[in-house]
Design a binder for this molecule. Structure first.
Ligand code: C5P
Length: 219
């Protein structure tokens, strides 16, 4: 069983993917974390370098999953990812790097390798369209950018981190624009995805829709 959860920034993918992993005892793969950690490991401005240079730098990054099930831990070169990847800056750097062809092909290979044992919930942008087109259950989450920015703002406030709503909304819109319009693996629903608009649904409502989707393919 492979469940894919794709969608733009701030739509609730991480919360829902980990809830789905716990409920169905699936391994959780956060592919955004891979792009974020690669951007941090390779350093600022790397996306402007020639593809051959990016590919050589990337070949030194080895992603593995430690364990299986909802508590599986994503490792980069044997080390769990740090919380530093969770900033808006890391998200923007990841999005800039994510349009590189060598980055995309290295990530697809690593993601498929980690899915070898199946029973996975994978969240990202191209899980249902490119990486796991054979997935049994594909979910695409969407929501109004202003609502996603507001959610992110509240999350940052709850973590006592500096938050500027207007700036966050600008960043959400810029990231959407880049992710939806890039040439390779743009953010879009697979033809057979269940599309859920989370603008007015709470997490439990969306989760029920995902459970329904998974249970209908299981039976
Ligand atoms: O989901 P998250 O915000 O952690 O992703 C960070 C960035 O990584 C996204 O804006 C996107 O550009 C890139 N990404 C991607 N493909 C994925 C996952 C993330 O291009 N499967």
């Amino acid at each position: 069983m492979i469940v894919t959860i794709d969608g733009p920034a701030g739509v609730g993918k991480t919360t829902l993917a980990s809830k789905t992993a716990s409920y169905f005892h699936l391994t959780y793969l956060d592919t955004g974390a891979m792009f974020r950690s690669a951007a941090l490991a390779l350093g600022p401005g790397v996306h402007e370098l020639p593809e051959t240079v990016i590919a050589a730098a990337l070949s030194k990054l080895d992603y593995t999953l430690q364990g299986t099930g909802p508590d599986a831990v994503l490792l980069l070169n044997g080390v769990p990812l740090s919380e530093d990847i969770r900033t808006e800056e890391a998200g923007n750097a990841a999005s800039a790097l994510a349009k590189s062809t060598s980055v995309r092909s290295a990530m697809v290979k690593a993601q498929r390798r980690m899915a070898q044992h199946g029973n996975l919930v994978a969240e990202g942008r191209d899980m249902g369209t490119v990486v796991f087109p054979e997935a049994e259950c594909k979910i695409f989450l969407d929501a109004d950018p202003a609502i996603r920015a507001q959610r992110r703002f509240l999350q940052l406030q709850a973590m006592n981190k500096p938050a500027d709503l207007q700036r966050i909304e600008q960043q959400v819109r810029a990231r959407d624009e880049r992710d939806r319009n890039r040439a390779i693996a743009p953010l879009k629903p697979a033809d057979d995805a269940v599309i859920i608009d989370t603008s007015t649904l709470d997490i439990d409502g969306v989760f029920r829709a995902i459970v329904h989707c998974v249970e209908s393919v299981q039976s």
